[in-house]
Design a protein around this ligand. Structure first.
Ligand SMILES: [Mg+2]
Length: 96
């Protein structure tokens, strides 16, 4: 079996689940620390890496169903947009 055996709706359901697991892993880092180890869970930052990998695996499988050009555009510009907004907010706070 391959990812072609999963429907678009099944892949979207999996993406929702995996995105939620990324959020959960981030929240554990914020509560207990980046390097915290919990028996039965592991090291927080390693768990986050695994969950991000799960998301990327689902995204790879979704490629036949979604616009990869839009995805690549956003991927390459996201940090630049965040930095632009950070600069705008800092200027506003400086002038307030
Ligand atoms: Mg997962």
């Amino acid at each position: 079996m391959t990812s072609d055996d999963l429907t678009r709706d099944e892949l979207l359901d999996l993406l929702v689940e995996e995105a939620a697991e990324v959020i959960q892993a981030i929240q554990k880092i914020k509560r207990f620390g980046f390097d915290h180890f919990e028996p039965g869970y592991g090291v927080n930052h390693e768990k986050l890496a695994l969950e991000i990998g799960d998301v990327l695996g689902i995204v790879d499988a979704l490629e036949p169903h979604i616009s990869t050009s839009h995805m690549q555009f956003s991927r390459h510009h996201k940090i630049r947009k965040v930095l632009e907004w950070k600069k705008i907010v800092a200027e506003r706070q400086k002038n307030a």
